[in-house]
Design a protein around this ligand. Structure first.
Ligand code: SF4
Length: 311
């Protein structure tokens, strides 16, 4: 059986909403749009492709890009990866989904918690209804549906029945189970992250009812020890690890060891850079020349970080 690492590609550190109770963004003053350059995103994507890290989804603060800018980004990303993407960019209407359709595999709804009362409290400006509407539209457009859940916000395992109904109702084929990462300045600052047993319980129940669903578990660098329990519970892949910054670090080595201990094959690498002529890889990209040179610069900066990372 195989397990792989999935990286979420973020295109901005900006959000119009900024009031989800668990989120770092909610502690930040309103800022000007801080959007990454295309070159840096494309360089990261090329690294993902060559290291065999799957792209979990593309995400960024709601409102960071205009639709035309985002479509252009998707077009160039598609040229690099030759694969369609999961989009986690807020609830999208039919017209917008159609605009991105040729580059889209499916949509991800940031549902975060399935308990409706808790949801009102922790995501006051991010209701689930628009996501539910998006799931209905995406199905008609023959796109796949995925959702995210953050465990440890105050839900209990008794809420699982609600999740079960939701997955069935909206044909969810992929689910991301994260654990709370307590952020300074939020109401969760002093809260404990969920235990591995609790995160595993949600995964196990989901796997039992939905044998074919794709389950991704978020681990963060402080929860590498969770890996065997979460994989044995039924997860397919691992996410939420700063794989470039901590490439070949003790954490990264431990992840690979932990996966091997569960008798799974780890696809790709978090520790070894493949022997690749990176310049040639850049030359091959079918993107505009000026952008190509910017990607080259960014790529070598990332590679430098990856070669230096040891801690
Ligand atoms: S929408 Fe996303 S980025 Fe914005 S505050 Fe909520 S969780 Fe944070």
């Amino acid at each position: 059986m195989k397990t792989w690492f999935e990286r979420a590609i973020f295109f901005s550190w900006y959000c119009d909403i900024r009031d989800c109770a668990y989120c770092y963004m909610s502690t930040q003053p309103k800022k000007k749009k801080a959007v990454r350059s295309q070159a840096s995103i494309l360089a990261e994507l090329l690294i993902c492709k060559k290291l065999k890290w799957k792209v979990g989804f593309i995400s960024g603060g709601i409102g960071a890009f205009s639709k035309t800018e985002f479509k252009n980004l998707l077009k160039n990303m598609y040229k690099v990866s030759k694969e369609k993407f999961w989009l986690n960019i807020g609830p999208l209407d039919k017209q917008t989904l159609k605009l991105y359709l040729q580059y889209t595999k499916g949509v991800v709804g940031s549902i975060e918690t399935i308990n409706p009362k808790l949801h009102k409290l922790v995501c006051p400006s991010k209701p689930t209804k628009p996501y539910e509407k998006m799931f209905r539209i995406s199905k008609r457009l023959k796109l796949k549906n995925a959702m995210t859940i953050i465990l440890g916000l105050g839900e209990t395992i008794d809420d699982f029945e609600k999740l079960k109904r939701f997955i069935k109702k909206y044909n969810i084929v992929k689910i991301h189970f994260y654990g709370l990462n307590p952020q300074k300045g939020t109401i969760f600052e002093k809260a404990d992250p969920p235990s591995k047993e609790y995160q595993a319980e949600w995964i196990k129940k989901t796997r039992q009812i939905f044998p074919k669903i794709d389950i991704q578990c978020g681990i963060w660098k402080d929860r590498v020890d969770y890996i065997p329990t979460l994989l044995e519970a039924g997860s397919n892949s691992i996410s939420k690890f700063p794989a470039i910054r901590l490439f070949n670090s003790d954490y990264a080595k431990k992840i690979e060891q932990k996966v091997k201990k569960t008798n799974r094959t780890f696809v790709g690498s978090l520790t070894k850079l493949p022997k690749i002529n990176w310049n040639k890889e850049i030359d091959k990209l079918n993107i505009e020349k000026g952008l190509k040179e910017q990607v080259r610069k960014k790529l070598f900066k990332y590679l430098e970080v990856m070669r230096k990372s040891k801690k």
